[in-house]
Write a protein that binds this ligand. Sequence first.
Ligand code: HEC
Length: 146
Amino acid sequence: MRQVLIAVAAFALGATAVAAQNVAVIKERKDHYKKMGDAAKPVSAMYKGEADFELEKVQAALKIMQEQAVILPKLFPDDSKTGEKTEALPIIWEEKADFESRFKKLGEAAKAAEAKITDEETFPDAWKEVMGNCSGCHKKFRKPKS
Ligand code: HEC
């Protein structure tokens, strides 16, 4: 009897989980992206020549990207496709392997750039390469800005 009750309870729990969209995780991933965007912003200003080069800020941004590249792929469960004005496109869940491999590539590119960038000379090319990973993924997997 006890086992039957547990089974019934587990089924009920499962059913609720499927029905409700996981809005908490959508909020969470947006926060993590924002962290990455906020770190990249001052460095992109340096890249455009709108701010003075500061190696420390560049290196800090590259570290944050490496951290986020590990955290973010876990924040796209099947029950987080809609809600919270998500800009995530359904193709993420159709091509999960491609999507996840892009985070891996971003992490690797940020790591390589961390070693490569030592001064203003070595900065632009390596930074551009890292940022290509952001725009490449957004183009395919994120709703375009309307
Ligand atoms: C593997 C794919 C992928 C990569 C790589 C990627 N992004 Fe994104 N990004 C997304 C998706 C998908 C969303 C939409 C998330 C949502 O709305 O649920 C997003 C959203 C964002 C947002 C908006 C967050 C918000 O507040 O709604 C920012 C900012 C952002 N990304 C910055 C970056 C930066 C900077 C990089 C590179 C360092 C990057 N992203 C790399 C897929 C990616």
